[in-house]
Design a binder for this molecule. Structure first.
Ligand code: ZN
Length: 102
């Protein structure tokens, strides 16, 4: 098992892990609940991490993640809860509603 990336927050970590899983990579999110003990550990160690179970697929997973990160960011407002969503998300992280069709 190898560490692939550190995500800035759990919503993004979960999004990346879901995308990698859908692409056939066996991934896991670590330290997902570390924010509850933030303050007891350095901030740069409290972010969630994406780990790839299969060491030999780390490079392929990293390539895919780079592509995900390169997507142009979008900004849209959730129709259900009016949360403003930034980034390559197609689902509201607040309530889970899908991005409205454009
Ligand atoms: Zn919403």
């Amino acid at each position: 098992m190898r560490r692939l990336a550190t995500a800035p927050n759990l919503a993004i970590a979960t999004l990346w892990a879901d995308m990698l899983t859908q692409a056939g990579f066996d991934t896991t999110v670590q330290r997902a609940f570390a924010s509850s003990i933030a303050g007891e550990i350095p901030p740069d160690q409290s972010c969630p991490e994406i780990w790839v179970m299969d060491d030999e697929r780390l490079d392929a997973a990293r390539n895919l993640l780079d592509q995900l990160r390169d997507q142009p960011s979008r900004r849209w407002a959730c129709a259900s809860c009016h949360e403003v969503i930034d980034g390559p998300f197609e689902q509201c992280w607040n309530c889970g509603a899908n991005m409205p069709a454009t």
